[in-house]
Write a protein that binds this ligand. Structure first.
Ligand code: HEC
Ligand code: HEC
Length: 484
């Protein structure tokens, strides 16, 4: 009987249990995912991403205590915003908030619509330091980053969280950026209909057994390139009918995948603009020729079938019709010197010449890129209670100086290691796990001795983690190692 459970009240507690951290470091990844921006100097750990989650949802990161990263990047909308432009402490953003889905799994390492952020770490503190967004700018009399660090140091849960993530309680700009980056990189979505199909075939161009005929046709349109001839397109622009010389698609697909590249659906870093160059007159911007980045096209749609907020950098597109209308045909604006050549074969504007049926097929395909877990998984949800507080529980709690003085960290050497790795612990090791940088478990054992030597010859080069736990402990010690 399952009835016993129904009616039991569910306690929603804003607790973070440090002895049972949620899993960020070893989330399963599909084998076909190869692009990865995670680097050895900031791998995702459960401890770091847990701190990042708290920072991401903490309104203390703004001067007025009113705006957090999550004010503009909402889990229910694939970490984007329903508003075209988002509300910062001093006004609206100049562009639409970007979805933060599978951001880790791409080639490009420059961020924002115009790729102005030179690294993910730089982007993490960018909004915090913007006068109008979160406000710790240090300009015009506004508080600066040191003031934020002081504020966090005096917030009861942060010293312990920094200690857990970084080994001591020091709070610095670099650590804030690293923890936020770990959390943002952890946001992944691989349970879509597309993924279920992709896992069953060898390549994207094979028909997916779980797709309808229309979805497979939409997929082919998205993937395949086209053949064009020169022709004249007549279209209505406003009240007037215009005639343009165009490259008319006469067969093949739409070539979307040349820029939005499956299976990650990340943008080609070499993409130029796609012709959508609208500026923001309110922000004094006439035309935007430098918009060359797009978030992954995964989770463009919400599981409810609506778009996750507006599309394109202005957020003004709000339906599939707007997407199709944009790519269907755009005359080349005379001042657009940065239009991608893929959208002007033979130097003429591309006329996709899509039938109504093909539009529907393309739309059905884009909808297969939506998962479910992303929107509901606790690990990416708001950890704060209604008072804006967090209670830390679990056995790692003790004052930070205690943890430092215990000196119980196991000793693993040499580091970097090439073949013989020696592991020493104060107490017999009950469980020993060796994980690759991407979280994959490579070794698991219960040695029951406090010192042992392992042959790690076969491990791939790069970062790996040694996690171990002694019999009387609830927590794992983690040591980061490099294989030479
Ligand atoms: C006031 C709204 C707002 C706040 C607060 C905010 N963001 Fe953003 N975020 C945006 C907008 C708008 C963009 C696009 C910026 C642009 O290109 O001009 C963006 C872009 C990004 C990007 C780049 C994504 C990509 O694919 O290139 C990341 C990452 C990001 N934000 C993370 C964060 C984090 C972490 C925080 C908290 C420290 C945060 N944001 C706070 C609105 C916001
Ligand atoms: C030349 C490279 C290129 C090609 C080809 C291309 N796109 Fe894009 N796409 C972009 C760029 C750059 C952006 C960001 C534009 C902006 O927001 O102003 C974008 C944005 C988008 C967006 C909005 C994403 C968001 O998060 O708001 C969608 C949807 C999209 N493209 C779908 C498609 C489809 C469907 C095709 C094929 C018909 C296609 N694209 C072909 C480069 C390309």
């Amino acid at each position: 009987m399952v009835f016993a459970l129904i009616g039991t009240s569910i306690l929603i507690s804003a607790n973070i249990d440090l002895s049972h951290l949620l899993n960020y470091a070893s989330q399963p990844l599909p084998v076909y995912i190869e692009k990865d921006i995670m680097t050895l100097d900031n791998p995702i750990t459960d401890e770091g991403a847990t701190l990042g989650r708290v920072l991401f949802y903490d309104k203390r990161l703004s001067v007025t205590n009113e705006v957090s990263c999550s004010s503009c990047h909402k889990q229910a909308l694939a970490f984007s915003d329903a508003a075209e432009l988002s509300q910062g402490i001093g006004g609206l953003t100049k562009r639409h908030s970007m979805r933060l889905v599978n951001l880790r799994f791409g080639e490009d390492t420059l961020f924002r619509w115009d790729r102005q952020a030179k690294s993910l770490l730089e982007q993490m503190t960018f909004p915090i330091k913007e006068f109008d967004e979160m406000g710790f700018s240090g300009t015009n009399g506004a508080p600066d980053f040191e003031d934020l660090i002081f504020k966090l140091s005096n917030t009861h849960f942060y010293p312990t969280l920094f200690n857990t993530a970084f080994g001591d309680a020091e709070i610095s700009e670099e650590r804030i950026a690293k923890a936020l980056a770990q959390f943002v990189m952890s946001i992944q979505s691989f349970d879509s209909k597309y993924d279920i199909g992709r896992a069953q075939v060898d390549s994207d161009s094979d028909p997916f057994p779980n797709f309808t005929a229309a979805e497979n046709a939409g997929k082919a349109l998205f993937l395949d390139s086209f053949i064009c001839i020169t022709d004249t397109v007549k279209i209505q622009i406003g009240q007037e009918e215009g005639s343009f010389e165009a490259s008319k698609r006469v067969s093949g697909g739409l070539n979307c995948a040349s820029c939005h590249r499956p299976p990650e659906f990340d943008i080609d870093p070499k993409s130029l603009n796609n012709g959508f160059t609208q500026g923001n007159p309110n922000a004094g911007i006439e035309d935007e020729l430098g918009i060359t980045r797009s978030p992954s096209l995964r989770d463009l749609y919400n599981p409810d079938g609506n778009l996750n907020g507006g599309i394109f950098h202005t957020g003004q597109g709000n339906s599939f019709t707007d997407i199709a209308a944009h790519y269907y045909f755009q005359p080349i604006k005379p001042n657009n010197t940065n239009l991608d050549p893929r959208l002007m074969p033979n130097d003429k504007p591309l006329w996709l010449n899509l039938s109504q049926q093909q539009r529907i097929q393309l739309d059905y395909f884009l909808q297969t890129l939506t998962g479910v877990d992303l929107y509901v998984n606790e690990k990416w949800s708001n950890p704060f209670d209604k008072y804006g507080d967090i209670q830390l529980i679990g056995s790692q709690i003790s004052s930070s100086s205690d943890i430092n003085d215990q000196g119980e960290k196991p000793n693993c050497y040499p580091n970097p290691v090439s073949d013989q790795l020696t592991i020493e612990s104060e107490k017999p090791i009950e469980q020993l796990i060796i994980q690759a940088g991407n979280g994959k478990v490579l070794h698991e054992s219960s040695p029951d001795v406090s010192m042992l030597t392992l042959n790690v010859n076969e491990l791939p080069k790069g970062l790996f983690f040694v996690r171990l736990k002694s019999a009387d402990s609830e927590v794992y010690d983690v040591v980061k190692m490099i294989k030479d």
